[in-house]
Design a binder for this molecule. Structure first.
Ligand code: NAD
Ligand code: UDP
Length: 310
C-alpha cells in the first residue's frame, strides 16, 4: 500500500477520494486551502491513524517529508460560479499549482494524476466527445480561465512526462454530483435540489435544451482508482454517457422531491456548452471501468444528503 497526497482533499471529490484511498489501505495526506472546500467534509476520516491534513495553498512551494507513491492534483476552483468570481485564482491553481505538484512528484519519484475536465472540449461540435477530439474553446471567453488552466495543466503534465520521465495519468472528469457538494456552489444539481427542497422555482438557463451527462460520485472515484492502477499515460474520459437535457433534469428533481416548485427560465450564460457526453470506450477497454449508478438512484442518494443540510 502506498503513501498518497491528495490536493483539494477537503473538496467534494477530494474528500470522497481520501475515504476510498484509506479504505484501500493507503496512507493519505490531504492538502487544501479551503477556498471552496471545508474540512467538515473530512470529519469521518480526520482522526484516522493513516490520515493527515495540511492547510496549504498549492500555488506555493510544497514540502512533504518522507516518501510519496502518488500525487493526485484535484485542487482547483470547479464551479462556473466560483471560477467566474475568482478567475485569477483559477488560472494560478491550474498553472502554478500543477507546476508545484509536478515538481513534488518528480522529487519523490511518485506517480502523478491530474484532474482535468470535459471543459477541455469547450462547446463541442462533436457529440459524444472522444479523447482525440481537440475541442472548441474560446481562449478569451468568460470560461477560459478554467478551460485554459486545465488545457495548460495537461500540457505541463505531458512536458514533465517527456522531459523528466514521470509516470503520469490524466483524467478528464465529466459532470459529477453527489453528497458534499455545496448547496451554494452554483452547479446545477445542488442548485435545483435546494430550490426544489425549499419550494423556490427551479432556474433553468436558456430554453433548457442544452445537455449534460451526470456521473454519480462513487462511479467517478472507482474510475480514478482504476486509472491510478493502470499504465495509461494519456488522457482518459471518466463520466456517465447517459445524456439528459437540463429541462429533463429539473423535471426529474421536482418529481423525486415531490416538490410544488415550478420551472422559470433565465438567460443562458455566455459560452455555456450546448451538449456534453463522454465517449467512454477508452475507459471501458483500458480500465475495464464503466458507471453503474443510474441518474435517478444517484439523485435519490444525493437528495437525502441535500435534505440534511438545506
Ligand atoms: P471542489 O471545489 O469541491 O474541490 C476543489 C478543492 O480544491 C476545494 O476543496 C478547494 O478549497 C481546493 N483548492 C482550490 N484551490 C486551491 C489551492 N490553490 N490550494 C489548495 N487547495 C485549493 O470541486 P470538485 O468538484 O471536488 O472538483 C475537484 C477537481 O475535479 C477539480 O480539479 C475540478 O476541476 C475537477 N472536476 C470536477 C468535476 C465535477 O463535476 N465535480 C468535473 C470536471 C473536473
Ligand atoms: N444551469 C441551469 N440553472 C442553474 C444552474 C445551471 O440551467 O441554476 C445549467 C447551466 O447553464 C448548464 C448546466 O445547467 O447548461 C450545467 O451547469 P453546471 O454549472 O452544473 O456545470 P457546467 O457543465 O456548465 O460546467
Amino acid at each position: 500500500m502506498g503513501r498518497v497526497l491528495v490536493t483539494g482533499g477537503a473538496g467534494f471529490l477530494g474528500s470522497h477520494l481520501c475515504e476510498a484511498l484509506l479504505d484501500a489501505g493507503h496512507e493519505v495526506i490531504a492538502m487544501d486551502n479551503q477556498v471552496t472546500g471545508r474540512t467538515d467534509n473530512l470529519e469521518d476520516v480526520f482522526y484516522h491513524d493513516r490520515f493527515s491534513f495540511y492547510e496549504h495553498d498549492v500555488t506555493n512551494f510544497i514540502h512533504i517529508s518522507g516518501d510519496l507513491d502518488s500525487v493526485i492534483h484535484l485542487a482547483s476552483l470547479a464551479s462556473p460560479v466560483f471560477y467566474r468570481d475568482h478567475p485569477i485564482k483559477t488560472l494560478k491553481v491550474g498553472a502554478l499549482g500543477t507546476h508545484k505538484t509536478l515538481g513534488l512528484a518528480k522529487e519523490k519519484d511518485a506517480t502523478y494524476l491530474f484532474a482535468s475536465t470535459s471543459e477541455v472540449y469547450g462547446d463541442p461540435d462533436v457529440n459524444p466527445q472522444p479523447e482525440d477530439y481537440r475541442g472548441n474553446v474560446d481562449s478569451y471567453g468568460p470560461r477560459s480561465c478554467y478551460d485554459e488552466s486545465k488545457r495548460y495543466g495537461e500540457s505541463l503534465v505531458r512536458a514533465y512526462r517527456d522531459e523528466h520521465d514521470i509516470d503520469v495519468r490524466v483524467v478528464r472528469i465529466f459532470n459529477t454530483y453527489g453528497p458534499r457538494m455545496r448547496l451554494d456552489d452554483g452547479r446545477v444539481i445542488p442548485t435545483f435540489a435546494k430550490q426544489a427542497l425549499t419550494g423556490e422555482d427551479l432556474t433553468v438557463y436558456g430554453d433548457g435544451q442544452q445537455t449534460r451527462s451526470f456521473c454519480y460520485v462513487s462511479d467517478l472515484i472507482e474510475g480514478i482508482l482504476a486509472l491510478l492502477e493502470a499504465d495509461v499515460q494519456t488522457p482518459v474520459n471518466i463520466g456517465n454517457p447517459d445524456e439528459r437535457t437540463i429541462q429533463e433534469l429539473a423535471e426529474v428533481i421536482i418529481e423525486l422531491t415531490d416538490s410544488d416548485s415550478e420551472i422559470t427560465y433565465e438567460p443562458l450564460p455566455p459560452d455555456d456548452p450546448q451538449v456534453r457526453r463522454p465517449d467512454i470506450s477508452k475507459a471501458k477497454s483500458e480500465l475495464d471501468w464503466e458507471p453503474t449508478v443510474d441518474l435517478e438512484a444517484g439523485l435519490e442518494r444525493s437528495l437525502d444528503y441535500f435534505e440534511s443540510v438545506v
